[in-house]
Design a protein around this ligand. Sequence first.
Ligand code: PLP
Length: 283
Amino acid sequence: RIVFLNGSFLPIEEAKVPFMDRGFMFGDGVYEGIGMLDGRLIDNEAHLERLERSLAEIRITNPYTRAEWTSFQEELARRNGMTEGFIYFQVTRGVAERDFFFPEDTKPTVAMFTQAKAIAAAPAAQTGIAVITVPDLRWQRRDIKSINLLAQVLAKQAAREAGAQEAWLVEDGFVTEGGSSSAFIVTKGGSIVVRPLSNAILPGITRKSLLQLSKKARIVLEERRFTVEEAYDAAEAFLTSASNFVLPVVSIDGRAVADGKPGPITKRLRELYLAMAGAPALA
Ligand code: PLP
């Protein structure tokens, strides 16, 4: 398995990050995750734009241009023989003696890896998944894609221990988003509901594409917060993320969503997303 570290492609066993890296010591960095389908990066420009924003917000200079990022991503996928899956990369503030203040003259550390995964034919897309709700314990700048993921680690582990596949995070009675996904419901009237962008959630790239697709398909969108009770009572529920595209949510806190099967609007949106991403069977 080949990974990318600071400009080099090398076997994962040889890819070592120094002990004093601020990513390791402070979680001082940001990341991105991008889906690949049929050898193509999905929505890569939007992911690179979000990376630029995350870096600017925490004042790390972006080490590469978009063209450089893209060539590294493509080269890494090629070297690993990956045509479908997930590409992860992170940028930390770099290596320096442990001290909270920004170090001077430190170069960011850049690490990238690939994970082959069946996204288009994922079994969960047919069956749907279960989610549980847990309190959202994260910090107040969730719009920054920070590598600090402790609240998500705990939330998703709680989901697993409850037999669910994702946690929906709740603040003041309203769902913010999933541990690693954007959360949607479909009302009985057939409109989709998603929380508006703010510092309370990550601006999901798949969310953004999905909203464009739903508009073209003339599905009514209500961009507003929704409560846990509304989700229990919804006609359908689903989540979006770069590594899953659109996944039906068929149970919330052990209660079936409607008849407990993936709903028609969710299925349609998944198909539209797959077609947009150029899935061979549907393109
Ligand atoms: N929300 C959170 C907290 C996430 O971690 C992610 C993805 O990792 C998402 C939403 C979905 O974002 P995207 O569609 O850009 O993958």
